[in-house]
Design a protein around this ligand. Structure first.
Ligand code: F6P
Length: 357
C-alpha cells in the first residue's frame, strides 16, 4: 500500500479542542490504514504556512498529549479569504504557492480545522484541485450545517463560570453586573452562557435592544425585591437604531468599541450601580471540556474516514446528534445565526429573560 501523506493545519482564532481533533483524526487514520502507511505533515500557522511552506513531518512525540492541550500546537493565523486570489505587489500568487507546497510534500489531502473563513479558503482550494476536508471549530458556534462546532461547549462552560462568580458580587453589592461575552455576529455563546448562568437580560446581535427595555427589566426585578441583576451582552450586540445603520456607519460610530460600557453608563445614569466585566479571550483559553473532547474525537474520526474513502471537499458536522458531513459548496462562509423566534429564545423568554426588545 502506498503511504498516504496527510497535511493538517489550524486557521483563524484558536479555541479549545483543536489539538484533540487532530488527535482523533491521526489515531483513526493510523488505526484504519496502519501507522506505517500514514505520514502526518504539520502545516504551521494555517494557510500562511501552506503559502510559505512552513511544514514538517510530525513524529509520534509531536502527536502526544494532545487531548487536553489548549490552543493549537500548529499555530494559527487569520488569512483573509478576500485576499487569497489577489496577486501581491511582489508577484506572490498565493494559490499557486499553496499548490506548489502541496505538491512538493507529496500530500494526498489536507485536514483544515477552522471557522467560516477557513471553510471559504478550503472551498477555494478544493476548486483549485486540492483534496481537502474541513473540521468546524469556533467558540461562536456560527457555522452553517452543523449543530455544534468544537470549542463552543468549553466556552459556554467558562462563560457560565464567569457568570456564577459575578452573580455573587452582584447579589452582595446590589449591583447590575454587565458581562460581555465574545460573539460578534452570532449570539449563541452569550445565549447559552446566559441561560446556564442565570442571566436576567441577554443581549445578542440577532435581537437589537432598546436601553429603555433593559432598564424596565432591571426595575421590575428591583420592584420584586431583587435589587441586583445580571446582564449578558454579546460583543456584537447592537441597539435598534444601530441595526438600521450601514455596517460602515456603525463601525465609524463605534470606533472599535463594543456597546458594553455604554450600556453600563446608561444603567448607572438611571440610578443603578453597575459594573462591566469582560472575560475576552479567557473564553477561548485552556483545556477543552469533556463534551468538546468527545465532539473533537468524533469530528477527527469522521474526517479520517472521509480521507480513507477519498471523499474530499466536505466539512464534518453533527446534525441531530448524528455525525455527518456537508459539501463545502453548501456551507462555506454561510453564518448560522440565532433565530430570534426559535425554541431556545422562547424558552429563555418563558423563564423571564429579557432580550431588551
Ligand atoms: O471567532 C472567535 C472569536 O473569539 C470571536 O468571538 C471574536 O469576535 C473574535 O474571535 C476575536 O478575534 P481576535 O482573537 O482576532 O481578537
Amino acid at each position: 500500500m502506498a503511504k498516504r501523506r496527510i497535511g493538517v493545519l489550524t486557521s483563524g482564532g484558536d479555541c479549545p479542542g483543536l489539538n484533540a481533533t487532530i488527535r482523533g483524526a491521526v489515531r483513526t487514520l493510523n488505526g484504519t490504514l496502519g501507522a506505517d502507511n500514514v505520514e502526518i505533515v504539520g502545516i504551521y500557522d494555517g494557510f500562511l504556512g501552506l503559502i510559505q511552506d512552513k511544514c514538517k513531518v510530525l513524529t509520534s512525540s509531536d502527536l502526544t498529549g494532545l487531548l487536553t492541550l489548549g490552543g493549537t500546537f500548529l499555530g494559527s493565523k487569520r488569512t483573509p479569504f478576500k485576499k487569497m486570489e489577489k496577486i501581491e505587489e511582489d508577484g506572490l500568487d498565493k494559490i499557486a504557492a499553496m499548490k506548489s507546497t502541496y505538491a512538493k510534500h507529496g500530500l494526498d489531502a489536507i485536514l483544515a480545522l477552522g471557522g467560516k473563513g477557513t471553510h471559504k479558503n478550503a472551498n477555494l482550494l478544493s476548486q483549485h484541485g486540492i483534496n481537502i476536508v474541513g473540521l468546524p471549530k469556533t467558540i461562536d458556534n456560527d457555522i452553517y450545517g452543523t449543530d455544534f462546532t468544537f470549542g463552543f461547549h468549553t466556552a459556554v462552560e467558562i462563560g457560565t463560570e464567569v457568570l456564577d462568580r459575578i452573580h455573587t458580587t452582584a447579589f452582595s453589592h446590589e449591583r447590575v453586573m454587565v458581562v460581555e461575552i465574545m460573539g460578534n455576529k452570532a449570539g449563541w455563546l452569550a445565549l447559552y452562557a446566559g441561560l446556564a448562568g442565570g442571566a436576567d437580560v441577554i443581549l445578542i446581535p440577532e435581537i437589537p435592544y432598546d436601553i429603555a427595555k433593559i432598564l424596565q427589566a432591571i426595575q421590575a426585578r428591583k420592584d420584586a425585591c431583587k435589587p441586583y441583576s445580571m446582564v449578558v451582552i454579546a460583543e456584537g450586540a447592537l441597539t435598534v437604531g444601530e441595526s438600521k445603520m450601514k455596517k460602515s456607519e456603525r463601525a465609524a460610530m463605534r470606533q472599535g468599541n463594543t456597546a458594553t460600557y455604554s450600556v453600563v453608563k446608561a444603567i448607572s445614569d438611571a440610578g443603578f450601580e453597575s459594573r462591566a466585566v469582560v472575560p475576552g479571550h479567557m473564553l477561548r483559553g485552556g483545556t477543552p471540556c469533556a463534551a468538546d473532547r468527545v465532539l473533537s474525537t468524533q469530528y477527527g474520526a469522521r474526517a479520517a474516514e472521509l480521507i480513507c474513502a477519498e471523499k474530499y471537499g466536505y466539512s464534518v458536522a453533527v446534525v441531530g446528534g448524528k455525525v455527518t458531513e456537508n459539501r463545502f459548496a453548501d456551507m462555506a462562509g454561510i453564518a448560522k445565526l440565532v433565530d430570534a423566534n426559535g425554541d431556545i429564545v422562547k424558552v429563555a423568554r418563558g423563564i423571564g429573560v429579557s432580550f431588551g426588545d
